[in-house]
Design a protein around this ligand. Sequence first.
Ligand SMILES: *Cc1c(COP(=O)(O)O)cnc(C)c1O
Length: 463
Amino acid sequence: MIFELSEKGRKGYSLPKNRFGHYELPREMQRAHEAALPECDEMTVVRHYTNLSANNFGVDNGFYPLGSCTMKYNPKINEEMAALPQFQNLHPRQPAHTAKGALALCSLLERSLCALTGLHAFTFKPYAGAHGELTGLMVIDNYHRSRGDLQRRKVVVPDSAHGTNPASAAVCGMEIVEVKSDANGLVSLDDLDRLVKLEGPNIAAMMMTNPNTLGLFEVHIPEIARLIHDCGGLMYYDGANLNPMLGACRPGDMGFDVMHINLHKTFSTPHGGGGPGAGPVGVRKGLEAFFPTVSPYHGNFAVMMRAYAYILSLGREHIKEVGPLAVLNANYIKESLKDVYELPIEGLCCHEFVFDGLKDKSTGVTTMDVAKRLLDYGYHAPTIYFPLLFHESLMIEPTENESKATLDGFIGVMRTIAEEAKTQPDVVKTAPHLTPIGRVDDVLAAKHPVTTYRTLMAEQTKE
Ligand SMILES: *Cc1c(COP(=O)(O)O)cnc(C)c1O
């Protein structure tokens, strides 16, 4: 920690001579004690943070096949565009006629997203995917209330859904009813039919992800949309990972009424470590009157700039290749590894797929062990133990912009680990061996968070 490198009297700055005399803050605005800031010279600070950053793994370091999160490479041209001083130095409260370029960008991006999704209008206010889900559900809630349809408080969510779906419905004050998956990993029409018969007049909406969280294309959307619409509910589409759809099909054409897009995933903004994001919400014609105000101003503008730069740099022609390439890459990995890893659901997947651990269960090597061993080989681990449908879920999403050489490298290492699991399982079970920290206690930080330096120091003196 930078505090540990502090030496009394060290400075990292030199200020010009004060030409303005002495100014004292009013007493009531002064601190009672000096702030406990670390005292370090510039070189110490630079080296400290540069060394820390080198311990981190990001999509710029190597392959990052995290499923359900679309950790794709983010072209650097986007950063250049987002950093243009004409946009970056805008103040949210400056008069609209001095910010016409920014407003034009909002409008152009909205038109692009409408063209890509088949919906009518978008709001850019939400700051993340989950925030978009909440916003979209509020649109749906406002719509039902406007019709005096006040008893519609239930949201149908598939058991394969991303965890934010039921969470957002709960935050919106809705009740969640779960619809089961069938043996093929798709929403069970029988179970949905049963639910609609039971709860029809109370159903506000159904939330769906397509391709779903198993990476499977929900082929029954028209029937599902008909069942939900016939009972008076609306269809919500979780478009967090829209890349497999780009150029292939549009949620608006499938019968969805409201959706969000994670610009930071599908349209490339670096978003490791929790930010920044943007979760614009799109609606079918007629629903735009129900957009709520969930944040001030126009949302996360720099993320919108990156998204627009990304869309323009691909252009109308090449954006059509995004979906097919994402699907091709995922299927290539799946087919190349399914003889050594358990593939619970056969057939074509979309942008991602799930293995249920190693095929040979006799070695005792778990999905956690495989994920940790991958770190030794310089790969970020895939998503593990999600979705909850399988015991040893290992969820892989390569994204569309990795080369065959990179995919082959990953496949080779996954096969090596499967081999090691047989010949030297202990090496895999005790991995990682080459990272700065070995296995950490996964739950300790959540159960017993140490969030400030002071708590850390107190903890250490206690010990
Ligand atoms: C990432 C993701 C979300 C949540 O998006 P955030 O920006 O992290 O809030 C929701 N649904 C799906 C399917 C996702 O992959």
